[in-house]
Design a protein around this ligand. Structure first.
Ligand code: NAG
Ligand code: NAG
Ligand code: NAG
Ligand code: NAG
Ligand code: CU
Length: 292
């Protein structure tokens, strides 16, 4: 808590443009694609065509829990599809490089796919139905607040590698990749979602067309993985969102440790409902949109 405040104050002094992070590079099969550079592209006349979705979020800000049922949660603030698609064989890997991350912004890393039923470049994002392909949360609970998927991401040079299921039908998909920072999640509206989207063209593969749900139905502000105190010797963590497709596992390396002495529910201790707190300085949430 105090740690997060310190981090955010530091961010405040170096400027919000470099706060938090976004995906600035995507590597697929030895090929590199540029991400949407929020610190450069907004307002720039000749933004290159990208596989990454653009967003109006110029401050690397987050989507707050009160907006989990609004369109900003789909692919971040006012996101618009990229014009291109990165080609990947079913069963292949997509490595996402984050511009930066903060150690104290601990939390799960989750990846979803949604079929575009055609080109993703012109897709209506509210029609995307995502299935969860990977998830990783609390990897080791020995020393509170524990080792998290976000730590794993940072240890891997701020990258995360997503394994594309080998059995899905070929076609165009949106990959929605996300870190949820939980350093303030003991408070109402404290969890911070940082979703990022890129277009993929999946080749080969099988015939599976996994059923998905709109991103606006993934999370609720009171989910045990959203409203949770990670500083209180958390034994287990319930990763939020729908069930994993095919029960596939998640962590990119084998360092995951099964929590010991796990209690059946996460954060079963009393939850202090607090007055909705403003984001700490330097931790901006995206502006509210009126619900449509
Ligand atoms: C969206 O969620 C917020 C709280 O998280 C709630 O107050 C609001 O009524 C919800 N909006 C809709 C349209 O369901
Ligand atoms: C996108 O789909 C939603 C839900 O069906 C619809 O309300 C909206 O008008 C569509 N937007 C566009 C630009 O077609
Ligand atoms: C793709 O088709 C499915 C099934 O008809 C539909 O539910 C989904 O909304 C469609 N997705 C898009 C992006 O149009
Ligand atoms: C880490 O990522 C940076 C930025 O993309 C890259 O320039 C660098 O080569 C990477 N380092 C390693 C060891 O992979
Ligand atoms: Cu912050």
């Amino acid at each position: 808590m105090s740690l997060s405040k310190v981090a955010c104050l530091i961010i405040g002094t170096v400027g919000l443009a470099v706060a938090h992070g976004h995906i600035d590079r995507i590597d697929i099969d030895g090929r590199s694609y540029g991400g949407f550079l929020v610190d450069k592209y907004p307002g720039q006349p000749n933004v290159p065509e990208l596989i990454a979705w653009s967003t109006a979020d110029t401050q690397d800000a987050y989507v707050q829990t009160f907006d989990y049922n609004q369109s900003n949660i789909i692919c971040h603030q006012d996101a618009k599809p990229g014009a291109l698609a990165g080609e990947v064989a079913a069963g292949g890997k997509v490595t996402l490089h984050w511009s930066r991350w903060f150690e104290d912004h601990r939390g799960p890393v989750i990846s979803y796919l949604a079929s575009c039923n055609g080109s993703c470049a012109s897709v209506n994002k509210t029609k995307l139905e995502f299935f969860k392909v990977e998830e990783a949360g609390l990897l080791d609970n020995k020393k509170s607040p524990g080792r998290w998927a976000s730590d794993e991401l940072m240890a891997a040079n701020n990258t995360w590698t997503v394994n594309i299921p080998s059995d899905i039908a070929p076609g165009n998909y949106v990959l929605r990749h996300e870190i949820i920072a939980l350093h303030n999640a003991m408070r109402d509206n404290g969890a911070q979602a940082y979703p990022q989207c890129i277009n993929l063209k999946v080749t080969g593969g099988g015939t599976a067309t996994p059923k998905g749900i709109p991103a606006t139905q993934f999370y609720k502000p009171t989910d045990p993985g959203i409203l949770v105190d990670i500083f209180n010797n958390l034994r287990t963590y319930v990763i939020p969102g729908p069930a994993l497709y095919n029960g596939r596992s998640a962590a990119p390396t084998s360092t995951a440790v099964t929590p010991t002495g796990a209690s059946p529910t996460a954060a079963s201790s009393t939850r202090a409902w607090a007055i909705p707190a403003a984001a700490p300085q330097g931790c901006r949430s995206v502006p509210d949109q009126s619900p449509r």
